[in-house]
Design a binder for this molecule. Structure first.
Ligand code: SF4
Ligand code: SF4
Length: 176
């Protein structure tokens, strides 16, 4: 596959287009990708980084803060715009490879199409979603908590980007 073609088709469209592209890639190349140790190892590394970050977010009680916030009128930050713009097909493909049942869980065009009843259905989230730190969270947390949060988010982002690059490298070797 041509590199420019991968970039052009995986990062364009709305949430639905990107999911369709991810599903096509998974169908065509999923088994091949999963047969590579380099992909399996990195998938495990990303999962471990997700767990580390989730544990820390739990200790900071971010889930409670976000649930309260999301229940308020115009609360929460997982908007439809985020679901369409911040995701990309490669990131959704990574979720599929990790065994996540990725689907559009809403189409109200108000909230993100991947926002389920109990939160985001994605195991590996888009970069912007991981990096977003609102004023409420900043005000509710102390400096140590925030710096650990940034550290763990940084490790996860690095692990995700290594996985994405390995997938791109393997896709580029495949005939169209
Ligand atoms: S991250 Fe901030 S804005 Fe988003 S739901 Fe949580 S508290 Fe609300
Ligand atoms: S965290 Fe998940 S549900 Fe929220 S905007 Fe990002 S992808 Fe959508």
């Amino acid at each position: 596959m041509d590199y420019q073609e991968i970039i052009k088709t995986c990062y364009s469209g709305d949430g639905s287009d990107k999911l369709k592209k991810a599903e096509r890639l998974a169908e065509e190349f999923g088994s091949l990708l999963l047969a590579h140790n380099s992909i399996q190892e990195q998938l495990e590394a990303v999962k471990a980084a997700v767990e580390e970050l989730d544990t820390h977010m739990g200790a900071m009680e971010m889930g409670i803060t976000c649930s309260h916030c999301a229940a308020m009128p115009k609360g929460g930050c997982c908007s439809a715009y985020m679901g369409h713009e911040n995701n990309d097909a490669l990131q959704l493909l990574m979720n599929i490879l990790a065994g996540v049942d990725v689907k559009l869980v809403r189409d109200d065009e108000v909230e993100c199409c991947f926002l389920g009843r109990t939160g985001c259905i994605l195991l590996f989230k888009p970069v912007f979603c991981l990096n977003y730190l609102c004023t409420r969270i900043r005000e509710d947390s102390d400096g140590n908590e925030l710096s650990l949060l940034e550290q763990k988010t940084g490790s996860l982002l690095t692990a995700q980007s290594v996985l994405e690059q390995r997938i791109i490298d393997l896709l580029r070797k495949q005939p169209v």
